[in-house]
Design a protein around this ligand. Structure first.
Ligand code: SF4
Ligand code: SF4
Length: 397
């Protein structure tokens, strides 16, 4: 297929946290809000006057210092982030919101704060507790947290407008970005897809790591470009897969899977599009306040193993099953970063349920944070492709 016009630019942009668009927004006087988890509603961190950047540690090689502070038994994403902070890589942040949902991430954020690794004037780190059940108590807990620890804090620290008008403006921007990403992502359902899973993951990740308004022209142009893009006559893939699990903030992982012969038709991981890139529909006539409506949506759609009530546990597997069917997948790859507690137990349970109750071939892997060149992962994906092909020849899924 012909190269997408903006792909190379975004690939380069994603090599850095403090990228060109982030610097541009800061020069305009906007505050840069670091965030690390889906659970704190991203739209609240993008009120007029501020913008969010999901923190990553691209091109990580050594994590020695991060390991010294956090031990080798903590998740590599957290250690890599701390390492990047110790190297001075988060100086551009004006504040950092981290969820108390993941204790390892909370430790990482606390280290960043206590070691004073961010020195922007007035920098603060704010911990935000998140619920473990998706009932009304959970929603109300989330609303209180977001009101006091997010909105109030942004207003007090930076004078950010947190009125309903400002929230509606942020939702409007969020919805336009989500609409475009959904449009791009839907092409993955085509059997001769006009966008690769890798390309999609680059565009989707950019929406988490750049000020959304500055990215919009690129997304709009790419959506137009894709309308007439000719797919390859014969796609170079042997099977189609859904990739689910913990955070993937490195598109090279998706590239590795696709280079091995499995088309990544749909994503269900943090930093991906399901959930995260769905429109927020607000009912301004209902009388319910906007913050509650937003929190309810985030609680309902969250697919994090942090939610432990039975219905939520079961619905996570059904969600993967639904997506995998909708995008005509042949199998599911479940992955987690080494030493991630949440996904450690979720992955084991989900692999079993998806295999036995939903009859999916499943590849279940734990992986290093940086996987781009991993020969071991490549071999496992290769073996999975062969297993799925054999099964398809036998007429079963
Ligand atoms: S897995 Fe859960 S805690 Fe971790 S980033 Fe995703 S939503 Fe947040
Ligand atoms: S990968 Fe797991 S342990 Fe690490 S920050 Fe995410 S949820 Fe927490």
């Amino acid at each position: 297929m012909k190269d997408l016009k903006h792909l190379y630019y975004l690939e380069n942009l994603l090599q850095e946290n403090n990228n060109e668009l982030v610097r541009q927004a800061r020069e305009q006087g906007r505050k840069c809000v670091g965030t690390v988890c889906y659970q704190i509603p991203e739209v609240l961190l993008n009120l007029p006057g501020c913008f969010s950047v999901r923190m990553r540690a691209p091109r990580t090689s050594s994590m020695e210092m991060g390991t010294y502070y956090m031990t080798s038994l903590t998740c590599e994403y957290c250690r890599a982030l701390l390492e990047r902070g110790l190297e001075g890589g988060f100086q551009f942040l004006d504040c950092l919101f981290d969820p108390a949902s993941c204790s390892q991430m909370a430790d990482c954020a606390e280290n960043i704060e206590k070691l004073e690794l961010c020195t922007a004037p007035g920098f603060f780190a704010q911990h935000v507790d998140t619920p473990m059940k998706d009932d009304e108590n959970g929603v109300s807990h989330m609303v209180n947290m977001c009101r006091v620890r997010v909105l109030q804090k942004l207003h007090e620290a930076f004078g950010v407008d947190v009125s309903d008008e400002a929230i509606l403006k942020a939702v409007e921007l969020h919805n336009e970005v989500c609409g475009l990403i959904t449009e791009l992502g839907r092409y993955r359902a085509e059997l001769r897809p006009r966008i690769t899973g890798y390309e999609f993951s680059v565009f989707c990740l950019a929406t988490y790591c750049c000020p959304k308004d500055l990215l919009l022209p690129i997304l709009r142009e790419t959506a137009e470009e894709l309308k007439t893009r000719e797919p390859d006559e014969k796609p170079p893939y042997r099977i189609r897969v859904a990739v689910a699990g913990a955070e993937i903030d490195d598109p090279d992982f998706i590239k590795l899977i696709e280079d091995t012969g499995a088309y990544v038709a749909v994503d269900r991981y943090c930093f991906g599009s399901f959930p995260g890139r769905q429109r927020i529909e607000l009912d301004t006539e209902s009388g319910e306040d906007l913050l509650t409506q937003i929190c309810r949506k985030y609680v309902a759609e969250c697919q994090c193993p942090r939610y432990m009530n039975t219905s939520k546990v079961a619905s996570r597997k059904a969600y993967i099953d639904r997506l995998a069917r909708e995008y005509s997948c042949d199998g599911v790859i479940l992955q987690q970063i080494n030493f991630c507690n949440f996904w450690g137990y979720e992955r084991a349970g989900a692999a079993h349920v998806l295999t036995t109750d939903y009859s999916w071939p499943v590849l279940s892997i734990d992986r290093p944070y940086t996987v781009g060149m991993s020969g071991q992962i490549r071999t496992r994906v290769q073996a999975f492709i062969e297993r799925v092909e054999l099964k398809k020849m036998g007429g079963n899924r």
